[in-house]
Design a protein around this ligand. Structure first.
Ligand SMILES: [Zn+2]
Length: 354
């Protein structure tokens, strides 16, 4: 975190103090990893690499999704979580163009990806730590550019009926099925998480072409967005792959969700131990390399000082203040292809957007 990024006044001073405390070597071991990674404002200047597992790892050399593209807009800018592995960024951009073609939507509204250096988050997700996860809202991108305030506050409605816990047909649109199917059919996608009520609907409408349903897994939440996860990418030797899904479309395994998992918990019996929150993750539980990722220089800072030719990752100019547009939002929309590193990675071919 750079001195120039902490803002001014009382908040800036408080952030500065926190930064100084976190910089002390002993403090790092004692501080929950979510505080350390949550304090990072910029990705690290290093080659892109996913380190560890989706729910226990970090992201080196992350890239930020530009806030606007021809077929997408990034929501919740105040969270600063639109960072991912460059392959994921490019994949999502492609998916947003496909969504226009396959589902007829203007484009996609992207939610959380990862923090600038990945890692555990202060709130919201167990996974999303290594730059290979992204949430996509089940709301069509409007036909205009949303303001920053709207992106943080716009209602993003659920498609699930709270009472029945099944789909609310009035809020469901067939394009949503087309969108999820399009994402699931991408070879790079390993999993898609949706609310069981959405999976139930997809099972009903899939018809004979249903192999893609295997990747669509029921999960708590995920009723106003779906979650796309791609596999470990080349160049990330310490990225741990998840187990393969079991065979089948999974449509015969939904009863448990509605009969048990989504039912309100039974009232506590006398003698029951009170629920205890699991303890936070500390640095020693993450792969060793993640401590190194926290020490790496901010992306853009090193490049600005060097006179060497193009850096390995697209250099984002250092953000002058938290309220300014995100650094890499200033980059051209489809910038990843310019990075020499990326040319060696297998990438989906970009089709003309729109
Ligand atoms: Zn998610």
């Amino acid at each position: 975190m750079g001195w120039g990024t902490t803002g001014t006044g009382w908040m800036g001073a408080a952030a500065l103090c926190l930064a100084m405390v976190l910089a002390a070597p002993g403090a790092r071991a004692q501080t929950p990893a979510k505080e350390l990674f949550g304090a990072e404002r910029l990705p690290s200047q290093a080659k892109p690499e996913s380190i560890g597992f989706y729910s226990k790892g970090c992201l080196q050399g992350g890239m930020e999704m530009p806030a606007d593209g021809p077929t997408w807009q990034v929501m919740k800018p105040s969270r600063n979580r639109a960072f991912a592995h460059p392959t994921m960024i490019r994949f999502l951009q492609q998916l947003s163009a496909d969504a226009r073609r396959e589902a007829g939507w203007n484009g996609l509204l992207f939610g959380d990806m990862a923090q600038p250096r990945g890692g555990p988050m202060r709130d919201g997700h167990a996974s999303h730590q290594i730059g290979l996860d992204a949430d996509i809202y089940l709301t069509e991108m409007p036909n205009r550019r949303l303001s920053r305030e709207e992106r943080d506050s716009m209602p993003l409605p659920s498609v699930i009926d709270k009472r029945t816990r099944h789909l609310d047909e009035r809020r469901w649109r067939p394009e949503m099925a087309a969108l999820i199917r399009t994402a699931a059919k991408e070879p790079q996608v390993e999993r898609i998480f949706v609310h069981p009520g959405i999976k139930e609907k997809l099972c009903k409408v899939a018809g004979r072409d249903r192999a893609w349903l295997n990747k669509v897994r029921p999960m708590y939440g995920h009723d106003y967005h779906f979650h796309v996860r791609i596999g470990c990418q080349p160049g990330s030797p310490n990225c741990r792959s998840q187990e393969e899904t079991v065979a089948g479309d999974g449509c015969d395994k939904l009863d448990w969700w509605f009969d048990v998992a989504l039912q309100p918990p039974p009232p506590p019996k006398p003698g029951d131990k009170p629920y205890k929150k699991p303890p936070p993750i500390f640095m020693n539980a993450l792969p060793k390399a993640c401590a190194g990722v926290l020490r790496q220089p901010d992306a853009g800072v090193v490049a600005a000082r060097e006179t060497a030719p193009a850096p390995a990752v697209p250099a984002a100019p250092r953000a002058p203040a938290p309220s300014a547009p995100a650094a890499s939002a200033l980059a051209p929309v489809l910038a990843p292809a310019e990075a020499p590193m990326l040319d060696r990675l297998p990438m989906p071919r970009m089709r003309p957007a729109g």
